[in-house]
Design a protein around this ligand. Structure first.
Ligand code: NDP
Ligand code: A1CAB
Length: 277
């Protein structure tokens, strides 16, 4: 389905790299089918070219002309100038794929013009290891075949869930931002481990495997999260002592509020982009 397709990344930051790594490692496309471009960071382009053997160029117009699928991978605040700059180099037969948080399809479609085919996605940085939880939705003019192409692309870097666009803000706060919540908590576990005299290597090995084990367990059980943590807790044991401290600090309420706030932020980001002019 993606044979002979050239995929252009307009924006070559963290998210673009995470997807590129997945595509190259999973051999979904050959590195020569990928072009990355950005505005000014030539070092990043050199690094991507050297590390993944993909093509790069600082000529954004040329990059867009050569692409069959154009991945919009800049920050939301740059989307208007990014699309306006390349618009005259786009074609009707190209498929546009957004990874931008918050930005509604209709806004980008209006900027792209000519009934542009657009699929909006929300991946996360675990794409880098083939483990993104990505959600995708169709724009007004995209076909089911376009949706399938993008599903194929993102299946290479993890799981794909097709949703209605009105759920993408929730996906963004939950799964797009999701990895950061866990890394943030892990930072605190690392500190506690250091305070208790474990070396960085020891702590890293133990914490990493603990997190991997949690992920695998969640994938392989029908038990609820409550049942799973209760399974760890012996009456009056170590876990109960730890969980009681988390309860005292209202950790669950804080996590719930964090996800809710991130979802609201995604909506805020989108709200200023309801019109393209
Ligand atoms: N990071 C994450 O975890 C996730 C991010 N996203 C979304 O991905 C998008 C990119 O985020 P991230 O990769 O973190 O951001 P980065 O800041 O790492 O990268 C942004 C890239 O966009 C480029 N850029 C800036 N302006 C333009 C322009 N006018 N035309 C073309 N390219 C431009 C930058 O180039 P230069 O460096 O040369 O200025 C840079 O390569 C965001 O919209 C974000 O919402 C989605 C899911 C998860
Ligand atoms: O923080 C952000 O805005 C982006 C979107 C999801 C993850 N990172």
């Amino acid at each position: 389905m993606l044979e002979n397709k050239t995929i252009t990344f307009l924006g070559a930051g963290s998210m673009a790299e995470a997807i590129i790594v997945g595509l190259v490692r999973q051999e979904v496309v050959s590195p020569s089918q990928i072009i990355a471009t950005n505005v000014s960071d030539q070092d990043k382009l050199n690094y991507l070219e050297k590390t993944y053997d993909i093509r790069t160029t600082s000529d954004r117009l040329e990059a867009v002309r050569q692409g069959d699928i154009i991945v919009l991978a800049m920050k939301p605040k740059h989307v208007k100038e990014a699309i306006e700059y390349v618009r005259d180099s786009t074609r009707k037969d190209q498929l546009f794929v957004s990874v931008l948080a918050g930005i509604p399809t209709v806004y980008m479609e209006d900027l792209l013009g000519e009934k542009a085919s657009l699929i909006r996605t929300m991946p996360n940085t675990s794409a880098k290891v083939g483990a993104s939880a990505t959600a995708i939705c169709k724009g007004r003019h995209a076909t089911d075949q376009h949706l399938q192409q993008v599903e194929t692309l993102f299946t290479a870097v993890g799981t794909v869930t097709v949703v209605e666009e009105d759920k993408l803000d929730a996906v963004t706060g939950l799964a797009g931002s999701g990895p950061a919540y866990f890394y943030f908590l892990i930072e605190a576990m690392e500190q506690a481990a250091a305070d208790a005299g474990l070396t960085e290597e020891e702590a890293s090995a133990l914490i990493t495997q603990t997190v991997v084990g949690v992920g695998k367990r969640l994938q392989s059980t029908t038990k609820s999260s409550k049942e799973l943590y209760q399974e760890v807790m012996s009456p009056n044991g170590t876990t109960e002592a730890g969980i009681n401290v988390l309860r005292e600090h209202e950790t669950q309420e804080a996590m719930q509020a964090a996800v809710t706030r991130a979802i609201a932020r995604s909506k805020e980001l989108g709200a200023v982009f309801t019109k393209s002019n």
